[in-house]
Design a protein around this ligand. Structure first.
Ligand code: FES
Ligand code: FES
Length: 163
């Protein structure tokens, strides 16, 4: 038996017919064709499936779709706003196999929107702490952290230059 759900995904209200108890990750990938969110551990430990609900990062493998009332944003919905972050990931060697990358980008996007420490010396630790829920088996994290720091810095500089 299927149930009807209304979800707001990437700014669009969407109706889907799903099996009761379906995970948000499966609904996104299988019903809506948004395959940028990946499944690795399937139990909330790796971050590969990270999406935003009302701007907050969540592991979509742990969320039942029928419980979602907020606005869902996937990696596909962040593509335009965070083209600079994707470019920084590429430029800084922040991925190898790429399997974790969409989850890393989604969490990083939420992080870039946050208030950052005023003290520049505290920013790397801030990024490492906030990104600690997203595991990468390939890169050693330095490139990921550098890409986020550089993107945030560039955005801050360009905002400061605006009249
Ligand atoms: S697949 Fe969801 S946290 Fe690993
Ligand atoms: S780039 Fe391979 S797991 Fe992160």
């Amino acid at each position: 038996m299927q149930e009807s759900l209304r979800l707001n995904v990437n700014g669009k209200a969407t109706g889907v017919e799903v099996a009761p108890g379906s995970r948000l990750l499966d609904v996104l990938r299988e019903n809506l064709g948004l395959v940028g969110s990946k499944e690795a551990c399937g139990r909330g430990e790796c971050g590969a499936c990270t999406v935003l609900i009302d701007g907050r990062p969540v592991a979509s493998c742990l969320v039942m779709a029928e419980t979602v009332s907020g606005a869902v944003t996937t990696i596909e919905g962040l593509a335009d706003e965070f083209a600079d972050l994707r470019r920084a990931f590429a430029d800084n060697g922040a991925f190898q196999c790429g399997f974790c990358t969409s989850g890393q980008l989604v969490r990083a996007a939420a992080l870039i929107r946050e208030e950052w420490p005023d003290n520049p010396d505290e920013r790397e630790a801030f990024v490492r702490h906030r990104m600690s829920g997203n595991i990468c088996r390939c890169t050693g994290y330095t490139g990921i952290v550098d890409a986020i720091l550089l993107t945030a810095q560039a955005r801050r500089s360009s905002a400061a230059d605006r009249p």
